[in-house]
Design a protein around this ligand. Structure first.
Ligand code: ADP
Length: 397
């Protein structure tokens, strides 16, 4: 890896943890050197790592009961990383943390006080926040000397206008924190930084960015800043996703509670795990499978998804007062030409026209020369954004 500084990036979930090792380059940029993951946390852990040419660097499995706690696994990870630094110095670990609440509009160096504040946000993101924080605590226990930085998925949206962040609820509830936060912020921030590099003419433009992965959302970005987004208080709002409903009339929940006797846990499972592409198709949550399926319900799920993306494009353009470009990113956005083509067709009234060959080839610019609105595909890189933030926080120390 050569000498210089290295950063460990961690994206921790409930039973798995993805990690990357980045190297700092002259000028403050970063480049990935190693990608890996620990899966089966709490059951039968497995540790895998590859270099950038996909050469396997580690492939280790433990039996049930071995390395059963996170601290032991993170201690193993750190020892392994240190053995693979090849002379570089590990300066910090950067974590993806889903929720930074109203307070954090920037990444932050973690201290016990900051961690306690982030604990208080667990009820706002119960499926992600506890696992993000557990990894931070486990690493702090195993290696208290290593600085750790939290990078929030909400932070990029904190500068949104008041009306984009507010529900029409009684004011006291907004003040308690029941408001629109927006997520996928690290992805949008990465795209906002990348856009002027790939399309300098769009640096100050009104851009709708479609982050279409298994979790999907969209963001209105004006001159590099978030103005509005489809995800709100939680990451279940907005577009239908792999297994999440997306936007739902809140009256449906009251109906389900009253008429079907459903409680919070059951509703949570319904909204997060059983709905979206999976619920509508009854076939799969994977867009690739749906596009290849002959089932009419699979086609309907795809249609509902594309319809929502087109509809939200209009809403976000109105919210920021213009539309100069559309960007697709994440799994579906970067790789699914049929989905992009269908969304573009629904936006033809706005003057959106794709170049079919460029679209099929997943090229960077996929709009036709006569398209009034240029359409771009820009691969996102949330890990790289975290590594960059971590370097910046360490430099400001
Ligand atoms: P995550 O939100 O988990 O980070 P990704 O951004 O990697 O996920 O997106 C994963 C999703 O992208 C998959 O569930 C799959 O539906 C979709 N996907 C990946 N490749 C393709 C493809 N070639 N065509 C259509 N959909 C794809």
């Amino acid at each position: 890896m050569s000498t210089g500084n290295a950063i460990l990036v961690i994206n921790a979930g409930s039973s798995s943890l993805k990690f990357s090792v980045f190297r700092e380059k002259p000028g403050g940029d970063v480049a990935v050197a190693i990608n890996g993951q620990i899966s089966g946390i709490g059951t039968e852990p497995k540790f895998e790592a590859k270099d950038t040419s996909r050469r396997v660097l580690a492939d280790k499995a433990w039996g049930a009961g071995e390395k059963s706690d996170r601290t032991a696994l993170l201690s193993y990870l750190l020892d392994w990383v240190e053995e693979h630094l090849e002379g570089a110095k590990l300066i910090a670990a950067g974590h993806r943390v889903v929720h930074g609440g109203s307070k954090y509009s920037h990444p932050v160096l973690l201290t016990p006080e900051v961690l306690a504040e982030l604990d208080a946000l667990i009820p706002l993101a119960p499926l992600h926040q506890p696992h993000n924080l557990a990894a931070i605590r486990a690493l702090a226990e195993a290696h208290p000397e290593l600085p750790q930085v939290a990078c929030f998925d909400t932070a990029f949206h904190r500068g949104q206008p008041w009306q984009s962040q507010t529900f029409a609820l009684p004011r006291a509830m907004t003040e308690e924190g029941v408001r629109r936060y927006g997520f996928h912020g690290l992805s949008y921030e990465y795209i906002a930084r990348r856009l002027p590099e790939v399309a300098p003419e769009l640096a100050d433009a009104h851009v709708v960015v479609c982050h279409l992965g298994s979790g999907a959302s969209m963001c209105a970005i004006k001159a590099g800043k978030s103005i509005d987004s489809t995800m709100g208080f939680t990451a279940v709002d907005g577009l239908p996703m792999g297994t999440r409903t997306g936007r739902l009339d809140p009256g449906v929940l009251i109906y389900l509670m009253r008429a079907k006797g459903m409680g919070a846990d059951e509703l949570e499972k319904l909204l997060y795990n059983k709905s979206g592409l999976l619920g509508v198709s009854g076939v799969s949550n994977d867009m690739r499978v749906l596009l290849e399926s002959a089932e009419p319900h699979a086609a309907e799920a795809v249609e509902l998804f594309c319809h929502s993306v087109a509809k939200e494009t209009g809403a976000l353009a109105a919210s920021m007062g213009g539309l100069d470009a559309i960007v697709f990113t994440a799994g579906i956005g970067e790789r699914s030409a049929p989905v992009r083509a269908r969304v573009a067709k629904k936006l033809a009234w706005l003057g959106v026209h794709l170049d079919p060959d460029a679209n099929d080839a997943n090229e960077a610019k996929i709009s036709a020369p006569d398209s009034r609105i240029p359409v771009w595909v820009i691969p996102t890189d949330e890990e790289r954004m975290i590594a960059q933030h971590t370097v910046e926080v360490m430099e400001q120390r």
